[in-house]
Design a protein around this ligand. Sequence first.
Ligand SMILES: [Fe+2]
Ligand SMILES: [Fe+2]
Length: 344
Amino acid sequence: MSASLIELLTGRVEAQTGLLAVREHAAEAVTVADPVHAEDVQLALTLLYELHYRGVEGVDDRWEWDPDLLGVRAGLEEVFERAVRERVHTMLTEFTGAAPETRPTGEQVAQTLLALTAPTSAPGLSTYLARQATADQYRELLVTRSIYHLKEADPHTFALPRLTGAPKAAMVEVQSDEYGGGRPDWIHADLFARTMRALGLDARYGHYLDQVPAVILAGVNAMSLFGLHRRLRGAVAGHLAAFEMTSTTPNRRYAQGLRRLGFGEAATLYFDEHVEADAVHEQIALRELVGALIEQQPELAADVLFGAATALVLDEEASGHLLSNWKAGRSALREQARVKVSAA
Ligand SMILES: [Fe+2]
Ligand SMILES: [Fe+2]
């Protein structure tokens, strides 16, 4: 499906024929057992969403609003969202010991968010990176993270026109920092690019897409799904809150590991900046964004929790993928597409 989509978008086939092929393949692709791990589904979603961000090289910008492609995307989104909702339901049920509330109160959402994001003693990905990851494993981390961090904050920003009043002001405050607070060289996406270059990687937008496994793309696609659908504006707020609330400790450890490996400020600045910025962002996101939004629109509470839990569930799965491969002495990147990412 993704191959036929690329043929269509790049004009290598006539539009009518190409669309027919994409639709045919998509109908088959949506029957896959687990869309989160389906390379074809996640790559196609990434390409279709990218039309709404910076576009794809060699692709006519008008494809962004092509009704047939939007139809294909809707079919993929439906199975993807269902798979994510199932995961979230299982996670929340296991965590609280009961099925999640359909209409939680603002206080219940805040308490659940705090409990879900509380630091655990179990050593995870960031501990591994701090203590024992090699420089090449760091490069793999950056390659996988580049899909989001080179457009950091953009998916959530799509929600801004859908918010009003206090939650809107809170989100603007957070996003303003993400975009450098008026200083172009402090745009977080650009700080991340600096880190990539410091480790000898190519920081061009989307450069490593072929190497990034489905489970990582799924985490980014979930943000785009939330950001591009007004009905999911509650999920955007929850997602952003969970993201900010689980940021400072891992970022401190990522910077630690880089220093252990002898990398300097060019490599660590992105992570150091997040230790400071996100300590503030998590407060704003929880109280002023999520809290105010639920107060304003109580019917969004369950979706706020859904968005937050999605961030956590998919991040855990992605981290598990990296860790299990590294501990087994393997690369965590896609085998078929793997090229040498080490610095020359
Ligand atoms: Fe950031
Ligand atoms: Fe942040």
